[in-house]
Design a protein around this ligand. Structure first.
Ligand code: SAM
Ligand code: SF4
Length: 329
């Protein structure tokens, strides 16, 4: 089988598909309070178009797909898409990243449809702080969503926390303690300059080293080797604890050298990096009658043009023009 290999020899096998740019939260680190203009619905890829692109990619070297957004669960009939993707030969891992707001009613249907893994974003364990970060008073709903995901059978469930100085960094230890009696993997993410409107600055960044220091105050940390060179999280376990801890440090310990990712935005642009400024319009190609061969050629080109790191940006000088919800986090 032909493999997707970029000009640095990195093999691309992991696709992140955004199914919507819309969201029911307004997290401070991702969106402005008034939101961002939504992409008109007719410009968003249909399920047929998503399945076609993913099918062509699985005929190349893509074996893993993560569904994201915006908030993927606001896309209607999502379990139907999961079911269709899970019948594609060669796709052996389908995962989802969600804010959990709508998970209580959808977790079982998603599991039955073939969703393998789920990451839930949870930035605070305090309802008031959660409300201030997400600009929505929905902490109770997320708790129900997490419970429903456990009951549906997802295991382990990953909980993603973006650590921001002065906002939630005092909760690092509390989050780590969640792994004492549960199989949760708690993942601490460094705050990235990807808010599209300039909220980020280095003073708000809590580095991985600092996060580790705070974790060592909870207990003895043992490193876990995953054996997968494209794994972005550095993994640990606190001694005597059941669950794991993951550190995702795109700012201070970037994983670009082992990057295996490609992205499709909700409106059907291929992106070869979260920070990348180049985009390839696979939607228009499909809608103008493009053949599978032409789509394959576009995919190969986008992979070949992957930059060595950060999409060629200097994080101290440049800013991505789009925020995470628009790219597909
Ligand atoms: N709405 C879903 C959610 O929040 O999980 C999926 C999309 S969201 C853009 C994907 C992930 O990106 C979330 O875990 C979120 O916390 C993270 N994220 C968004 N903006 C970020 C930033 N500036 N720095 C680090 N992580 C960010
Ligand atoms: Fe929405 Fe996810 Fe962005 Fe929060 S991080 S505003 S939940 S897309």
């Amino acid at each position: 089988m032909e493999r997707l290999v970029d000009s640095f020899g990195r093999v691309v096998n992991y696709l992140r598909v955004s199914v919507t740019d819309r969201c029911n939260l307004r997290c401070q680190y991702c969106m402005p309070a008034d939101g961002v203009p939504w992409v008109p619905r007719e410009q968003v890829l249909s399920f047929e178009e998503i399945v076609r692109v993913v099918r062509i990619m699985t005929e190349l070297s893509i074996t893993k797909v993560r569904i994201t957004g915006g908030e993927p669960l606001v896309r209607r009939r999502l379990p139907e898409l999961i079911e269709r993707l899970s019948s594609l030969p060669g796709l052996d891992d389908i995962s989802l990243t969600t804010n959990g707001v709508l998970l209580a009613s959808q977790a079982h249907a998603l599991f039955r449809a073939g969703l393998g893994r789920i990451n839930i974003s949870l930035d605070s364990l305090r309802p008031d702080s959660y409300a201030s970060i997400t600009r929505a008073n929905l902490f109770g709903r997320i708790k129900e969503g997490i419970q429903a995901a456990v009951e549906a059978g997802f295991d382990p469930i990953k909980l993603n926390m973006v650590v921001i100085r002065g906002v939630n960094d005092d909760e690092i230890a509390d989050f780590a303690r969640l792994t004492r009696h549960s199989s949760f993997e708690v993942r601490f993410l460094e705050y990235m300059p990807l808010d599209g409107y300039g909220n980020w600055d280095r003073t708000k960044l809590v580095s991985g080293l600092e996060i580790l220091e705070r974790l060592r105050a909870v207990g003895e940390l043992a490193s876990i080797q995953s054996g997968d060179p494209s794994e972005v999280a550095q993994k640990f376990r606190l001694q005597g604890f059941q669950g794991q801890i993951g550190l995702i440090l795109p700012v201070t310990a970037p994983f670009c050298a082992n990057c295996s990712r490609l992205r499709v935005t909700a409106e059907g642009f291929l992106k070869n990096c979260l920070f990348g400024q180049e985009e390839w319009n696979v939607r228009d190609l499909m809608r103008s009658g493009g053949s599978d061969d032409e789509i394959r050629a576009m995919i190969r080109l986008s992979v070949f043009r992957k930059k060595a790191a950060f999409g060629g940006l200097d994080l101290d000088l440049d800013r991505s023009a789009r925020n995470m919800s628009q790219i597909g986090g």
